[in-house]
Write a protein that binds this ligand. Structure first.
Ligand code: CA
Length: 219
C-alpha cells in the first residue's frame, strides 16, 4: 500500500516513514505543503497522512483543495493534542479520520488499514483467496493453514493482488504501488517478486496475462 505522508516535523516524519515501511507500506514523505499537495496528482496513493501545520500551505487548505478537485483518497490528519477546533474543521473539510499527537505507530497503522479497507469496500480485515489468507494488521500470511515467510515487498505485491482479485494488474501498477520515489528499482523487480511468490504459494496462484500483467484469480 502506497502512502503519501506530509509532515514538516522531521522527527515525526522520519519515524513514521521508517516505521510504516517496516510494516509493509511504501511511504513518500514530503516536508512542505506545496510539494506534498502536488504529489497526490502524480502517483496512485492508497491513503494520505496529513499534518495540519505546514510551511507553504497548511494542511487544511491542501485538504480543501483536493476535495474541491474531486480527489477522494482517504486522509488521516495529524492534529495537536486537544485541538478540537482543528479536528472538527478537518473532518468538515473531508478528512476521514484524525489522530492527536503524540500517537503510536501501531495506532497509525491500524487507522490507515481501516481507512484503506473502507475505501476499497472491504469490511473483512482478512484478505483470502485460494487457500491464502493475509492479515493486513499483523502482516502475516498463511497458506493452507501454515504460516509462510515472505519479504516485505512480496507481502505488498500479494496484498495488492488479493485486494484486486480477479482483476488484471499491470506491471506498472504493481511497481507504482510497491516502490517510493528515489528508490532504486530493477527493471524486472515485479517479475522477481512474482517468481518468489509462486515458489512459496504454488505456481497456480498468480496468473500471467500475456503483455498486460498479473492476476490472482479466485478458484
Ligand atoms: Ca507541523
Amino acid at each position: 500500500m502506497r502512502v503519501l505522508l506530509i509532515e514538516d516535523d522531521s522527527l515525526i516524519g522520519d519515524g513514521l516513514k521508517t516505521g510504516l515501511e517496516k510494516l509493509g507500506f511504501s511511504v513518500d514523505w514530503f516536508e512542505n505543503g506545496i510539494d506534498g499537495k502536488e504529489a497526490l496528482f502524480q502517483m496512485p496513493y492508497d491513503a494520505v497522512v496529513l499534518d495540519l501545520g505546514l510551511p507553504g500551505i497548511d494542511g487544511m487548505s491542501i485538504l480543501k483543495d483536493w476535495r474541491g478537485q474531486g480527489r477522494n483518497e482517504p486522509v488521516l490528519i495529524l492534529t495537536a493534542r486537544g485541538d478540537v477546533d482543528h479536528r472538527i474543521a478537518g473532518l468538515n473539510e473531508g478528512a476521514d479520520d484524525y489522530l492527536p499527537k503524540p500517537f503510536s505507530l501501531l495506532e497509525v497503522q491500524a487507522r490507515l488499514n481501516a481507512l484503506i479497507r473502507r475505501n476499497n469496500g472491504k469490511p473483512a480485515p482478512e484478505l483470502k483467496a485460494n487457500g491464502v489468507s493475509f492479515n493486513p494488521q499483523t502482516r502475516e500470511v498463511f497458506f493452507n493453514g501454515e504460516k509462510v515467510i515472505l519479504s516485505p515487498k512480496e507481502i505488498t505485491v500479494l496484498e495488492l493482488l488479493l485486494m484486486n482479485k480477479n482483476r488484471v494488474l499491470s506491471r506498472e501498477t504493481i511497481e507504482n504501488k510497491i516502490y517510493t520515489w528515489g528508490e532504486e528499482v530493477q527493471s524486472n523487480a515485479v517479475e522477481v517478486h512474482i517468481h518468489h511468490l509462486r515458489k512459496k504459494l504454488g505456481k497456480e496462484m498468480i496468473k500471467t496475462i500475456s503483455k498486460i500483467g498479473y492476476m490472482l484469480e479466485e478458484k
